[in-house]
Design a protein around this ligand. Structure first.
Ligand code: FAD
Ligand code: UDP
Length: 361
């Protein structure tokens, strides 16, 4: 059997590419996935208590792209969901992204307009220019105290690096608001797949020209099968046998607990921004999907440097190493390196889908 494409990885990048190739060009595709399931880090499953959980941490779909939303809508129905996160400081919970309500509660103020909040930020922010790192980008907007309370320790726990050592784009993912909008995202389309991500991936991959092989590292089979082209969505350094060194990827260890109570916390996600907690955040999954159950399942996230790669670590030094791999990868005309791990980019799900659709078109 000869395939037109070998696709490594059954996450968003690999699965959407497979679907495009078979449905639009009638190609024959083999998808090889080293885990025992499809879906990549967006994989979800029902646990023993019948609660749908995200095995690799909370995944909330949000996009401004109608094209991405319309595309995925072929494979799932949706339920509306607007994500809200609270940060725990002391015994209190505060809205994050920082907004007017956060400031009023934290400092016992009574600011009532955007203008007043803007003036407040102006009075506490420190001018940083140029913005070189994740400390600069936050302190430049809201000053050191808010930075320290909400970002400094959380970031150190998450990345094992000081915000100063990380690209501005890391903490810069989180906006600062003068209004009372407590939503984590402001995108036009904010939904959860009605029957879960895994069901959506099953449909994306359900085509007679797509064969999926699980539990297999591509290196075990790559020399035994015939194919014309490869789409590689695994870690780029692994592809090149770490020739220029090991690119750091951050991982997460999840501590799972199912509790005999209907509700555990006030929001689907609570961020623990103080350093006295080892974990970064706690997710209560029922609240993401509006499930009804007498019990509730939570996960605590402990960031780690273990071998299962989740996040690229965006520092100047790592970029230099990544660029060496990228240059090397460009010599392989019949292999495309795509997705969060292969492009070493902090992509959200919709950005990966957008990239694949664009590239395909
Ligand atoms: P992945 O999903 O990582 O898929 C790559 C696949 O390749 C994996 O299944 C892997 O097992 C496989 N693979 C790797 N190496 C090999 C090999 N050698 N052989 C065979 N297979 C291999 N995005 C959002 O939009 N909203 C969110 O709320 C959100 N929350 C997140 C929370 C966490 C904790 C994490 C880690 C990510 C989150 N993301 C979120 C990002 C989202 O997970 C990614 O954008 C998306 O999964 C990227 O898809 P991908 O296909 O590039 O990579
Ligand atoms: N962050 C923080 N405190 C928070 C939320 C986020 O310091 O309460 C920082 C942290 O460095 C984190 C980054 O902002 O890694 C991006 O946050 P996001 O919630 O987007 O992280 P993800 O969901 O991708 O893990």
């Amino acid at each position: 059997m000869k395939y037109d494409y070998l696709i490594v990885g059954a996450g968003f990048a690999g699965s959407v590419m497979a679907e495009r190739l078979v449905s639009q060009q009638n190609k024959k595709v083999l998808v090889v996935e080293k885990r025992n399931h499809i879906g990549g880090n967006a994989y979800d499953e029902y646990n023993d208590d019948g609660i749908l959980v995200h095995k690799y941490g909370p995944h909330i779909f949000h996009t401004n792209s109608k094209q991405v939303f319309d595309y995925l809508s072929h494979f799932t129905e949706w339920i509306p969901y607007e994500h809200k996160v609270l940060a725990k400081i002391g015994e209190e919970l505060y809205p994050i992204p920082i907004n007017r309500l956060t400031i009023n509660k934290l400092y016992n103020l009574n600011l009532t307009t955007d203008e007043e909040v803007k003036n407040y930020f102006d009075s506490v922010k420190e001018k940083r220019y140029p913005i070189l790192n994740s400390e600069d980008i936050i302190v430049n907007q809201v000053g050191y105290d808010l930075f320290e309370k909400f970002f400094k320790h959380y970031t150190k726990k998450q990345w094992d690096l000081e915000p100063k050592e990380l690209s501005p784009s890391v903490c810069g993912r989180i906006p600062v608001r003068t209004n009372v909008d407590c939503r984590y995202f402001t995108d036009k389309y904010q939904f959860m797949p009605k029957h879960g991500y895994t069901k959506m991936f099953e449909l994306i991959l359900s085509h007679k020209n797509i064969e999926v092989v699980l539990n297999t590292d591509y290196k075990e089979i790559v020399n035994d099968i015939k194919f014309d082209k490869m789409i590689y969505t695994g870690p780029i350094d692994y592809f090149f046998d770490y020739q220029f060194g090991k690119l750091p990827y951050r991982s997460i260890r999840f501590e799972w607990e199912t509790l005999e109570v209907e509700n555990f916390q006030e929001a689907a996600v609570v961020n623990y921004t103080e350093d006295k907690y080892e974990y970064t955040r706690v997710t209560e999954y029922k609240k993401l999907t509006n499930q009804k159950n007498q019990k509730t399942t939570i996960s605590r996230e402990y960031s780690s440097s273990s071998d299962d790669p989740f996040y690229p670590v965006l520092t100047n030094q790592n970029k230099v190493m990544y660029d060496k791999y990228k240059n090397e990868s460009e010599k392989f005309k019949s292999i495309s390196f795509l997705g969060r791990l292969a492009e070493y980019k902090y992509y959200n799900m919709d950005q990966v889908v957008a990239k694949i659709i664009k590239l395909f078109n």
